[in-house]
Ligand binder design. Structure first.
Ligand SMILES: [Zn+2]
Length: 154
């Protein structure tokens, strides 16, 4: 996926999370989460710094889940602000959306180790087919927004 498509794919993911977390987080933490999520959606590529082999360590999904758990635990344990936790969560979830976006490309992504990549082969980087996951994510936003309208207390 291109950098632009990764960001476009992250917008609906961020909106889905905010749809359900906004009552607990409020406006400032929700905005911080969303900005961090969009920045995180390109993190696995820019953290390669042109030195790490493409789609290896920075594209391991469990590494981002670990970073999420560690980051949210540390920010909570040391009584840092909710905003700090939301920034960590946003970056890590953005990176996971990046992984999903790259999973659909022919090159694929690693899962457990960097030795082997897996691909769903559903869209191609830089091709119009990249719009498929973006449309699916926006359809999920519409469906979940409808659910939220019907069940506002959830
Ligand atoms: Zn990537």
């Amino acid at each position: 996926m291109t950098k632009k498509s990764h960001k476009r794919f992250a917008y609906p993911w961020g909106i889905i999370v905010i749809l359900f977390m906004y009552p607990a987080w409020g406006i400032i933490a929700s905005i911080a989460f969303f900005i961090a999520m969009v920045m995180g959606s390109t993190a696995p590529d820019y953290l390669e710094f042109g030195r790490i082999k493409h789609r290896t360590f920075t594209h391991l999904p469990w590494l981002w889940v670990f970073c999420y758990a560690l980051g949210v635990s540390v920010t909570s344990h040391f009584d840092m602000s909710l905003i700090a936790s939301c920034i960590v969560a946003g970056i890590c979830l953005g990176a996971i959306s990046h992984w999903v976006g790259d999973l659909g490309t022919p090159m694929g992504v690693p899962i457990l180790s960097t030795k082997k990549r897996y691909s769903l082969n559903m869209w191609k980087t830089g091709h119009i087919s990249e719009i498929k996951p973006i449309i699916m994510a926006w359809l999920a936003v519409i469906a979940l927004a409808g659910f939220k309208v019907l069940h506002p207390d959830l």
